[in-house]
Design a protein around this ligand. Structure first.
Ligand code: 13P
Length: 436
């Protein structure tokens, strides 16, 4: 909570007693049904939404609240037992294991992770530009076929996220991609957001769109074979950004998407990505990622999402890509874990990282460093796009004769990341089976 005082209430000079007061408040709020406090602390609680998260009634020292408190106490004293029944966070009773829970668990099965092959037409064009290849629909199809038919990769890949165009395409032998994947025991998924668009009245910030008509689209994707979904929100780090407005607008949309996905029988992957471009320190990345995750879980619970049937796809906590003295693997693991331990409920079955522009080997080494510090309450796995595909796309270069080399490159990265799931990866392994 200290950052709330520092960043959100800059007019209020910190007092020496703040740290102790905040500690006492954090303790009290998890144990009390009703809290009275001064106006300043009430602001802190409201901004962190701690009262809503812990189902605590809040009364500040303001006159209006004092009158409300007197009324409340009178009611209690009069013996009218009108106290709200205590509800578990999220308001839902414990749920029996269901299909959503099972799918979420299968996606983070031992030694396995997810391939994100859901680049939009614009993004895959950028990837093809890097190998000087024109992006046509059939080349995009051929490239995805190369990935999906890689022999044996199902030992390391549990699911593949598809794009709207891809889920409707087929392999050369006519088998639709979702069926091809399912026949190998790989679960087909689908990206359902339609991208990050400028957020009104918030220069430099975005909100992810795609909620209109989503219920119908989800039903269609389910009928095409998808069993899980993804929605990505993005936040930039500067000295001032992201704003609370951007964080809460995106959290709200992520939760609306997640609730609709569960209603349609699809596991939502919730992806709040704090972009790591810039010169920020790892501490700043930690604070921003913490704020983003805190808002996401507040909204998910408020919107009645069953978090046992979800996966989180966050950024790792990194120094900015252009920062000097960038943190190494151990520090990244330490800061990242501290952030998730504080902000991700243990009910979430798995955290499946995005690679977000890290090199493929860095993404593997950082995942490994986190798992080496396990066991953790959640599975820590991968849902990489670039970090699984970069060497494959380079090896392919758009040529049929390079398909086997590209498949070896993809298989190799999948195998390395599988090793990183147990902390068993070592950089020397990169040389063992590197494709010819
Ligand atoms: P990267 O691993 O390339 O960041 O892609 C993952 C993803 O799905 C982003 O939404």
């Amino acid at each position: 909570m200290a950052w709330v005082i520092e960043h959100e209430l800059p007019d209020r000079r910190p007092l020496p007693s703040d740290a102790a007061d905040l500690d006492a408040l954090a303790q009290a709020i998890t144990n009390c049904d009703l809290i009275t406090t001064d106006a300043f602390m009430a602001d802190v609680i409201k901004r962190t939404r701690l009262d809503r998260r812990h189902h605590t009634e809040l009364f500040s020292g303001r006159r209006r609240d004092v009158l409300r408190l007197i009324d409340r106490l009178r009611t209690l004293l009069a013996g009218h037992n009108q106290q709200r029944p205590h509800q578990p966070r999220g308001g839902n009773p414990p749920m029996a294991e269901n299909d959503l829970h099972q799918t979420a668990k299968a996606l983070v099965a031992e030694g396995k992770g997810i391939l994100a092959a859901d680049e939009s037409t614009g993004t895959i064009k950028k990837r093809f530009d890097s190998i000087n290849l024109e992006s046509t629909e059939d080349r995009r199809r051929a490239y995805r076929e190369l990935l999906f038919t890689t022999a044996g990769v199902e030992d390391y890949i549990s699911g593949v996220i598809l794009y709207d165009e891809t889920i409707r395409q087929s392999a050369s032998d006519g088998t639709p991609f979702p069926q091809l994947l399912a026949s190998k025991g790989i679960i087909p998924g689908i990206k359902v957001d339609i991208g990050a668009k400028p957020l009104a009245h918030a220069k430099g910030e975005t909100v992810t769109e795609g909620l209109d008509g989503l219920r119908d689209r989800l039903a269609e994707y389910h009928s095409l074979g998808a069993r899980f979904t993804k929605w990505r929100a993005t936040y930039s780090i500067t000295d001032e950004l992201p704003s609370d407005y951007c964080i809460w607008a995106n959290a709200h949309a992520l939760a609306r998407y997640a609730a609709l996905a569960q209603e349609a029988g699809l596991v939502p992957i919730v992806e709040p990505e704090v972009l790591q471009d810039g010169t920020h320190t790892i501490e700043r990345s930690f604070h921003v990622t913490s704020r983003a995750l805190d808002a996401v879980y507040t909204e998910l619970f408020d919107q009645r999402v069953d978090v046992f049937g979800t996966l989180l796809k966050p950024n790792m906590v990194l120094s900015g890509y252009d920062a000097s003295n960038r943190a190494g693997h151990d520090d990244i693991a330490r800061w990242s874990l501290e952030c998730y331990y504080k902000h991700v409920p243990a009910a979430v079955p798995g955290i499946v990282f995005l690679s977000g522009g890290q090199s493929d080997e860095d993404a593997t080494a950082n995942l490994n460093a986190m798992n080496a510090r396990g066991p953790h309450p959640w599975q820590l796995s991968f849902s990489y796009g670039r970090a699984l595909q970069a060497p494959a796309i380079k090896a392919w270069a758009g040529k049929d004769e390079n398909v086997p080399a590209a498949q070896r490159a993809y298989y190799h990265r999948a195998k390395m990341n599988s090793a990183a799931r147990t902390g068993a990866y070592a950089p020397e392994m990169e040389r063992e089976a590197v494709p010819a």
